[in-house]
Design a protein around this ligand. Structure first.
Ligand code: FAD
Length: 475
């Protein structure tokens, strides 16, 4: 009897454990594991620079997990998949579902085409705790506000799926074509700007599991209190691992429950609700796919945004003269990641104090973040701008000095990423422009020379933002 052979198509699920499509494919017989870098993807779905670096490492790691059997291709998946099935003489294919607009469209067309050609196609949910199509409000419409979505919509559902053990055995079919190979994807840039990123991260399933263990060993116990302090390793740093599917939210959910049980615990509730925000971001993108490049709240279409290349460059390079903003932007550039509290601060500064369209920030983050994720990045920026469904109100303009004084009390975060300010005393670390001359002199800082003067006056630029918002208020 011949053993059936299946194509296992890896996408944003670069792991062996808790991978429902892989389990199902292995249950049927032998597999040919493939990854396709889809050259037909529109630009806003193609990974940015930092994500490309991550993907390179992650594919290398997955290939090792699969004993060198991963076949990597570059091309339009919609054409390549039927071609590969035919070339390998295979009549079944397994994949895990994606929830962004473009892959949904692609997969729908592909599935139809394959089924018409008598190919068995099986797809699974491997990346969300609750699939977006299953959660509706009492009227049968999608929720638009996080709390009822999460509390009434999600938490009232049966518990999320329990993670699967890895396949007991993976048997690979022998094939002649070894694919184009990882190097053909050219994901690594010719200039090594990623040394800081390389130092900080270990992409791949093992790196993800280690991050989770580290988080559970200590920071999880203080999450509620410390998750807002950027100088402390108080969060899980799992976002990039989650984006590429090196770990599933189910594995995290049940690891947390396994350690803390069902006892009332503010730290754990808060952490799980952050996973809930990730779900909500996917949910919104699924039901309202236009939000990738359009305001959810249409009145923002009339907003009078400014654009200044000079100011945008200063923001991108961490040279605005506002220490907490600069520290955040430099953390992003150096490590490919930025603390969530600081993402909100730098976002508010760009959109409100500089009055620039949120898409400018969204694009820069897309290129620089190792965790760049269409759903969460879109949701994050629309939240910051006030144009999103359940967003921070536009009139709430973060004051970066007060935010710094509250969440970076000692100025440690600023001193780490803006070392030129390291000798500025705590009192002035978040507003060096207020420091008397002798204090600046003693700290060896000449504003406008060693460190920039503030790009804008915070009070005036706040008022300018509120005035601009007044113009669209009634629309
Ligand atoms: P933890 O605090 O440990 O949280 C655990 C997990 O929950 C995270 O890994 C993430 O998957 C999820 N999560 C936490 N906060 C949020 C949130 N506010 N929205 C959605 N999911 C969340 N997150 C991304 O993964 N990719 C992005 O491209 C992205 N862009 C953002 C842009 C802006 C302007 C803002 C304000 C937020 C953005 N976020 C994004 C959300 C959040 O900042 C990151 O998920 C978080 O900082 C990742 O760090 P962590 O893994 O240590 O988070």
């Amino acid at each position: 009897m011949t053993v059936p052979v299946s194509l296992m198509w890896f996408r944003n699920d670069l792991r062996v454990k808790d991978n429902p499509a892989l389990n199902a494919a292995c249950d049927e017989g032998k597999i040919i594991p493939v990854f396709i870098y889809d050259s037909a993807a529109p630009d806003d779905h193609k990974p940015g620079g930092a994500s490309q670096w991550w993907l390179h490492q992650s594919l290398q790691s997955l290939n090792e997990r699969l004993n060198g059997h991963l076949q990597i291709f570059k091309g339009a998946a919609q054409e390549l998949i039927p071609h590969l099935l035919e070339q390998f003489g295979v009549e079944r294919i397994f994949w895990n579902r994606c929830y962004e607009p473009w892959p949904i469209e692609r997969d729908k067309k592909l599935k139809k085409q394959l089924k018409e050609n008598d190919i068995k196609v099986k797809s699974f949910n491997a990346s969300l705790l609750w699939e977006p199509g299953n959660i509706k409000n009492q009227s049968g419409d999608p929720y638009k506000v996080f709390t009822p979505y999460y509390k009434k919509g999600c938490l009232n559902q049966p518990e999320p799926r329990y993670p699967k053990a890895p396949p007991a055995r993976i048997t690979y079919a022998e094939v002649e074509d070894k694919g184009d190979g990882l190097e053909s994807l050219q994901l690594l840039p010719s200039i090594n700007w990623y040394a800081g990123i390389e130092e900080e991260w270990r992409p791949g399933e093992e790196g993800a599991a280690d991050r989770l263990s580290e988080f559970l060993s200590e920071p999880a116990n203080h999450y509620q209190e410390e998750r807002d302090i950027p100088s402390v390793e108080g969060t899980s740093k799992l976002s990039a691992h989650l984006h590429w599917g090196e770990i599933s939210p189910n594995q995290i959910w049940y690891a947390i429950k396994g350690k803390f049980g069902d006892q009332e615990n503010k730290d754990i509730e808060t952490f799980l609700s952050e996973l809930g925000w990730r779900e909500f971001s996917y949910y919104m993108l699924y039901h309202f796919p236009h939000i990738v490049d359009e305001n959810f709240k249409e009145k923002f279409n009339h907003f009078n945004w400014r654009y200044s290349k000079k100011e945008l460059n200063a923001w991108q390079q961490g040279k605005t003269g506002i220490p907490i903003v600069d520290a955040g932007m430099r953390q992003l550039w150096q490590s490919g990641w930025m603390h969530n509290r600081v993402r909100m601060i730098v976002g508010s500064f760009l959109v409100k104090n500089l009055l620039m369209h949120w898409s400018q920030g969204e694009q820069w983050f897309w290129d620089c973040l190792v965790d760049a994720d269409l759903a969460s990045n879109t949701a994050g920026w629309q939240w910051v701008a006030g144009s999103g469904a359940d967003a921070s109100p536009y009139f709430r303009v973060f004051n970066p000095v007060l935010q710094g004084e509250r969440f970076d009390k000692e100025g440690d975060y600023v001193r780490t990423f803006c070392p030129e300010l390291k000798d500025i005393p705590k009192k002035y670390i978040h507003k060096p422009w207020d420091a008397p001359d002798d204090v600046l002199q003693k700290a060896g800082v000449a504003l406008g020379d060693h460190y920039p003067e503030p790009l804008v006056d915070l009070k005036k630029s706040r008022q300018r933002a509120l005035d601009a918002f007044d113009e669209i208020k009634g629309k």
